[in-house]
Design a protein around this ligand. Structure first.
Ligand code: GSH
Length: 225
């Protein structure tokens, strides 16, 4: 698949893990893109211009060189995998296993981990706020599901890296910042280290951090840097 003729435009807030997934995937695939910063706290996702791109009023949005736009972070990851299909296998069962983790991410993981992250880090709410306590409890249950898999396997879906690992990385890696305890999940910690030991992974994360990504907090918590 030849590289796209024009760079993608990624409309994103650098503090968002959903946006970071797409940044990471573009970087790992070495695809050209321009970052267009959208500040969610200043409600820049609610302008008429933004709502024309994504009526949901949320980031990330990827604008293709054709001018078409694509939203939903996991759908964007699957689209980008056409530039290296091993990230999203075409064999039906293997593909369904990847989708299984992507749906898990959106239903059981992201609402709790990203929700707790957003409320504590950006809205400054206390970790003993009953809503946050509930999200942390449900988030730990989601992490336990990941642990069951990662205690026995190197990656989430199948035995090689896929978009499922990219999707679940940001909010798992930053979980300690939002009050989650990764200490009881050795399989998850080994998986994080495995991903971060791959060529370019941390370089891309560091570049995102220089743009104000949430990932610079997690580096401090996980690795003491
Ligand atoms: N399911 C969406 C979730 C995206 C999402 O929740 N984006 C948040 C930032 S992480 C957002 O744009 N929030 C702005 C708002 O709610 O006004 C995806 O995976 O892309």
């Amino acid at each position: 698949m030849p590289q796209p003729a024009h760079p993608f435009k990624l409309y994103a807030d650098p503090r968002s893990g959903n946006c970071f997934k797409v940044w990471l995937m573009l970087g790992l695939l070495d695809l050209p893109f321009r970052w267009v910063s959208v500040d969610i706290l200043r409600r820049e996702t609610q302008t008429a211009e933004f709502l024309r791109m994504n009526p949901q009023g949320i980031v990330p949005v990827l604008r293709l060189s054709s001018g078409e736009t694509l939203c939903e972070s996991n759908a964007i990851l699957c689209y980008l995998a056409q530039w290296n299909p091993h990230w999203f296998p075409s064999e039906p069962l293997n593909q369904a296993r990847v989708l299984q983790w992507l749906f898990f991410e959106q239903n059981s993981h992201e609402p709790n981990l990203a929700g707790a992250h957003f409320m504590t880090r950006y809205l400054g709410r206390a970790q003993d706020d009953p809503e946050i306590v509930g999200r942390i409890e449900r988030g730990h249950r989601a992490l336990a599901v990941m642990e069951q898999r990662l205690a026995r396997h190197d990656y989430l879906a199948g035995e090689t890296l896929t978009v499922a690992d990219v999707s679940l990385y940001p909010y798992t890696g930053t979980a300690p910042d939002a009050g989650f305890n990764l200490g009881r999940f050795p399989g998850i910690r080994a998986w994080l280290a495995r991903l971060e030991a791959r060529p370019r992974w941390l370089t891309i994360a560091a570049l995102a951090a220089s743009h104000g990504s949430l990932l610079d907090w997690s580096k401090r918590v996980l690795h003491g840097v």
